[in-house]
Write a protein that binds this ligand. Structure first.
Ligand SMILES: [Fe+2]
Ligand SMILES: [Fe+2]
Length: 368
């Protein structure tokens, strides 16, 4: 007879505290195995709910080194939400020689009695509770004589992870997977900007992808850098100022309208924990460029100015040019940007960075 802990939840995404609970099941409660039972979640219910395949992939990464843990697709494969009671009956019926216990977080205690078939459920299986926070429903614990356990608690939640909180405590490969697949974009991007800017961001991602295809550049990097290029665009100026003061105070002398490109790059590095220098560089350089511009840098710079929703006079000609010749298109967009800015704000307000770029790419070439 095996002693098996059943651990249910939506795991969207799985995080370090889930894994620590699984470890405690084995190390402290001495279960032989832990079966993770991800719930079916309607992917159309929430705008950024992950796919079943994505949730499973993340769980697999998280339990890779835990031979006693495995995934049961029982609930997921039903393709609709199911009752815990049915799940428990299923396992008891199919594995009559094993002994099952249901693991839950103390945050679920408040609604515990309203679970479907509660009376049958509590009679059918033993529950063990892990203390997710110091405040929990003691009345329910006492009423049903439940056992409450501690574990190595980082006070994480899937909601926090979706909202970019405490990612330094998250399982690294899972965080990388989320970043590389641009998951939870609604929480991470849309809620931090207005709808117009959000659709601009998605369009720049698409345009960057198209340009990457045309130029043999890494598609995923182009898509990520394009989509996230304006990630800091709607930050209040004071927040950007203190962020720059913390990480790159020399950039405070640049004009405020371009701060968001530096802050955006720093933000995805320090808060999202992207560790890709090429993506960082493309976001960093997207408004004012640089003397050194990789093809990816040029792609994001251009995609920002010719994305689908842009409709200024001449944009169609720029689109055609950039798609035909990235380097030439970049130079023409740069020239146009500097000339328009000089006319609008005067030569002095342009900022040193873009003038450096301009001198390098336009003037020097003209003097040759
Ligand atoms: Fe921008
Ligand atoms: Fe933009």
């Amino acid at each position: 007879m095996r002693r098996i802990a059943l651990f249910g939840g939506s795991f969207d995404p799985i995080h370090t505290d889930h894994v620590n609970i699984i470890k405690a099941c084995r190390d402290d409660l001495h279960f032989d195995e832990v079966w993770i039972v991800p719930a079916f979640v309607n992917p159309f219910k929430n705008i950024s709910t992950s796919s079943v395949a994505q949730r499973l992939a993340m769980i697999e990464m998280a339990i890779k080194d835990l031979p006693y843990a495995r995934i049961s697709q029982f609930e997921i494969s039903k393709q609709k939400s199911s009752y815990t009671y049915d799940t428990i009956l299923h396992f008891k019926r199919h594995y009559p020689d094993d002994q099952f216990t249901f693991i839950m977080g103390s945050d679920q205690l408040d609604n515990f009695e309203s679970w479907n078939f509660f009376d049958e459920l509590i009679a059918a299986i033993d529950f063990k509770i892990f203390k997710r926070s110091d405040q929990y429903n003691h009345a329910i614990v006492a009423k049903y004589q439940l056992e409450v356990f501690d574990f190595e608690n980082n006070y994480l939640s899937s909601t926090k992870i979706r909202n970019l909180e405490s990612l330094d405590l998250q399982i690294k490969p899972v965080n990388d997977y989320i970043n590389n697949n641009l998951m939870y974009l609604y929480e991470r991007l849309e809620t931090k900007m207005d709808e117009k800017r959000y659709y601009h961001s998605l369009n720049v991602g698409q345009m960057a992808l198209e340009l990457a295809q045309l130029n043999g550049v890494d598609l995923n990097k182009a898509m990520i850098a394009g989509t996230l290029h304006d990630v800091a665009k709607r930050w209040p100026v004071e927040k950007m100022r203190s962020y720059l003061a913390k990480y790159a105070s020399d950039l405070l002398t640049e004009p405020e309208p371009i701060w968001h490109s530096f802050v955006g790059a720093l933000h995805i590095k320090h808060d999202w924990l992207f560790d890709d220098e090429e993506i960082y560089s493309a976001i960093f350089k997207h408004t004012v460029g640089d003397k050194i511009m990789s093809p990816l840098d040029m792609i994001v710079f251009c995609a920002d100015k010719i994305s689908l929703e842009r409709n200024y006079p001449g944009v169609q000609e720029f689109r055609t040019l950039v798609k035909a010749d990235l380097r030439l298109g970049f130079k023409e967009l740069l020239r146009n940007q500097v000339e328009v800015a000089a006319k609008k704000h005067g030569q002095d307000a342009i900022g040193s960075q873009i003038m450096t770029t301009y001198q390098h790419w336009i003037k020097e070439v003209e003097h040759e």
